[in-house]
Write a protein that binds this ligand. Structure first.
Ligand code: DQA
Length: 153
């Protein structure tokens, strides 16, 4: 039987502040992979899932908000690691709620096992779900979960 040809999905991957420093940034917490390594891992996983990913990292809240607004036109889903904005940004939460693009939140570290100020996420209530604590694997799992939601069997 011929392989089934599925329509490609497009997913926007957003990385928040300080994630450009991955590799050298507190590697005991965030691991040794660079952001480029994580983006390559996601692109390779996306290929297996017949999905295209575009990636953007920003240290600026407004840039992330603008990217979420623009995602409506070009993407079926968003995978986001909001970094420290997880714990502070009502603006990013409101942007996700406004555009209604299905969004999965990911974290490299287990935010619930760290300082109490990291235990609260403004993003989680407007996300499909959250994956936290599996290092770079959180991103891969998040992408798989998002694609399965967007393209159920
Ligand atoms: C993080 C967790 C946040 O608390 C932190 O501010 C980050 C990274 C993570 O991926 O574990 O910048 O989102």
């Amino acid at each position: 039987m011929a392989d089934e040809v599925l329509p490609y999905l497009s997913v926007l991957v957003l990385h928040g502040p300080n994630l450009n420093l991955l590799g050298g940034r507190e590697p005991d917490i965030y691991g040794a992979l660079t952001l480029e390594d994580i983006n390559s891992l996601l692109k390779s996983e996306a290929g297996k899932l017949q999905t295209k990913v575009s990636t953007l990292q920003s240290n600026h809240e407004g840039v992330l908000v603008d990217a979420i607004h623009q995602a409506v036109a070009d993407y079926q889903g968003i995978l986001i690691n909001p970094g420290a904005y997880t714990h502070t940004s009502i603006a990013i939460r409101d942007a996700i709620a406004a555009v209604k693009v299905p969004t999965v939140e990911v974290h490299l570290s287990n935010i619930y096992g760290r300082e109490t100020f990291r235990h609260h996420s403004y993003i989680a209530p407007v996300a499909l779900g959250q994956i936290s604590g599996f290092g770079a694997e959180s991103y891969r799992l998040g992408l798989q979960a998002l694609v399965r939601y967007l393209r159920p069997d």
